[in-house]
Write a protein that binds this ligand. Structure first.
Ligand code: HEC
Length: 131
């Protein structure tokens, strides 16, 4: 009888531990998911960013930069998580954006040349942002 009581107590403990473990797992998973998305969503372009590229892209405005960001967030996170603009060099982005846009277009997400240019300018401008 005593033994039985003990084993019941132990199995309850075991159950509680597994529930805690599960909760911890969910917490970690949620943190990872939201953390992963947050990193790009938190990139908020400012006039400072526009000023940094004003010689490279004459006439470029914050509106243009934000349009690139919206396209990037909406289209480039479709098949994989958004990539960090700082993760590639300017030369790499120049190759990757048309290549990925072709993938997007196959999925009928449709990124025309203007949209591709907006995305390319966004990643190149923001890769140098210290955020
Ligand atoms: C239709 C699905 C799809 C869409 C939409 C898409 N990608 Fe990709 N992307 C992939 C796949 C699949 C890979 C991995 C295989 C590869 O590199 O081709 C990848 C890989 C990448 C890589 C890593 C390449 C490397 O060489 O390290 C980058 C950066 C990237 N994508 C950026 C983008 C950007 C920017 C956009 C928006 C213009 C985009 N992706 C849209 C499917 C997609």
């Amino acid at each position: 009888m005593k033994y039985k009581m003990k084993s019941l107590k132990d199995s309850v403990k075991g159950y509680i531990n597994s529930v805690n473990f599960f909760r911890w797992g969910v917490f970690v998973a949620l943190f990872t998911i939201t953390g992963g998305c947050y990193s790009v969503k938190s990139i908020t372009p400012t006039e400072n960013d526009v000023a940094r590229v004003k010689d490279k892209y004459p006439g470029y405005s914050l509106t243009d930069l934000n349009r690139g960001k919206d396209l990037f967030v909406n289209y480039c996170g479709n098949c994989h998580k958004h990539k960090n603009p700082a993760s590639k060099t300017e030369e790499e982005w120049t190759v990757i954006v048309p290549k990925m846009s072709a993938k997007a277009n196959k999925k009928s997400l449709v990124l025309d040349e203007n949209a591709q240019q907006d995305i390319l300018r966004f990643v190149i401008t923001m890769r140098d942002a210290s955020r």
